[in-house]
Design a protein around this ligand. Sequence first.
Ligand code: PLP
Length: 369
Amino acid sequence: MKKSIPFFKYNAVYEENRAAYSKALEDVLERGAFILQRDLSEFEKNLAEYLGQKYAFGIANATDGLMMALRLAGLKAGDEVILPSHTFVATAAAVHFVGGVPIPVECGEDHLIDADEAKKSVTSKTKVIMPVQLNGRTCNMDKVGVFAKEYGLKIVEDSAQGLGSKFKGRLAGTFGVAGSFSFYPAKILNCFGDGGAIVVDQDDDAESLRQMRDHGRNTKGDIVSWGLNSRLDNLQAAILNIKLKTFDEAISYRRKLAALYQKTLEDLKQIKLPPAPDADPNHFDTYQNYEIEASRRNELQAFLREEGIGSLIQWGGKPLHQLSALGLSAKLPRTDELFKKCLMLPMNTLITEEDVISICQKIREFYKA
Ligand SMILES: *Cc1c(COP(=O)(O)O)cnc(C)c1O
């Protein structure tokens, strides 16, 4: 019988540690502790500590976090925001809903924003650059920093996929105005539904965020500003508290799988692998995703599917500037080329090393290597 390796096993997210999750959920339910309760404040404290930041706020999702960060950055109606075209629509949607104009730009060899190419897109209206810490890799933030300084821009990181990854030892989400993280079930730190966090180091920013995510209320419960309802459910926080304890082990495991993919596939000329775990001492990658470039990509994907192996083309196969319904058109030939070749192979803590070896064998078989 053929072994089936889905791209992501959603039903295994609970099974991975069923007894502990059930106990935590029951405990919260029995206490009736649904909103802004102990489990949430504990998670916020633990996450802030993990990131070496003073404050973390659990919010409804990372898209809300990006909107809040853009507000903190002072984005005004009509301001332009430079972001990579190779990102989730949420990055651009956050800009749109704060009244800004998203300007998609090219990505480089590592699939992350190309700060040199981005210079071509700067205008007098540009106010913010949004690097996306994609696939569990932090951009070259030296380059982004120089770029931002040269044009007087604020940096708002989309670190939804970046938790735990580093550039020159500094964690994603700690470079810009605020860091936003997603705990969507397929994300590297995940909960049982939607969830996110926003982190900052400054006291006044923290107070703004505290109000923004909870109807504009301050700690006394008085309404002192316009706010949203964007609170992380206490139930989800209880689950995240358990998962955060073993998060570094989860990262190590992903890096081990990435090294195995590297070792087993690196001689194939028909594919280009993401940077290996030890390829560059400036980068510490977590492999939120394992995105390769493959010749005859669609045929490879169909072949793997026949063999019971799931794979995914990120964002449904379209970068931002190809989403014609949103009118973000731009001429980005390199990103166009990348989207003919990019493919994500299974990469998570629910698959085994044997799974990775079987996947690699099938890929070799496809290319007759
Ligand atoms: C998942 C993701 C988001 C959105 O996160 P949500 O928590 O689903 O709102 C934004 N940007 C990127 C790059 C993502 O991968």
